[in-house]
Design a protein around this ligand. Sequence first.
Ligand SMILES: [Zn+2]
Ligand SMILES: [Zn+2]
Length: 273
Amino acid sequence: MQITLLGTGNPIPDPRRAGPSTLVRAGGSTVLIDCGRGVLMRMMGAGAMPGMISAVLVTHLHSDHLTDLNDVITMQWVMSPGPNLLRIFGPVGTKAFVDATLTGLAPDIGYRLDHHTDLTQGPWVEVTEVVPGDEFSIGSVSVTVGATDHRPVEPTVAFRLDDGTHSVVLGGDGIPCAALDALCQGADAYVQTVIREDLVKMIPSQRFQDILDYHSTVEQAAQTATRAGVSTLVLTHYVPGIAPGADDEWRALAAAHFTGNIVLGDDLTSVEL
Ligand SMILES: [Zn+2]
Ligand SMILES: [Zn+2]
């Protein structure tokens, strides 16, 4: 199983970091979790073509996690040699978002169908809305859906992927909670979006202070990893973005609460389980 951080940024545009998105390759499947800004640029950087996506998993409907889903839908369609089903799984509301996206893309879809005679149908998209406790399969990878606490944002979910040999939890955004602990229990890896409370508190903006309510700090993510007994903690979605040369400072904050392997870094940082 290989986990690649495609985009490690946050909602604020960053010239060095794409928006939140992670790629998991396991059991012959290529699973894309969230579709932040620049996701396809980074996917190509990771050697994955849009047509290779086995499924898209959406943790929640915050725009930073979904802004480039329209690009994924369009390029998965146009760059596939023939009809290629794009499966999307996400919380309640995902279907309405995808339907609205397809409505917005209707002119483009029409142009391409008119122009390319070998294109005989528009994007082939199937949306499955999930709730905590659901289980489904992507090829040989089994997926379990768990609850997260990102209130007031609701609904939100996390996903646990298991290929029979290794398992990884994609925690999405949120603060620690019992349901996340349970989903992570005994997993090989746990990917969590994090903020630096100490740095965010120094930003003189109420709008920035508000994010402290509903994101795990680096320390909290490490504590969740310890409680759940995971081997590898993967940090992403850094708020603020990790300054050049500051990786070790962030790592030390996590290491104070977690003795396992800690992975963080630039876009396209990858870990093999
Ligand atoms: Zn986010
Ligand atoms: Zn969010």
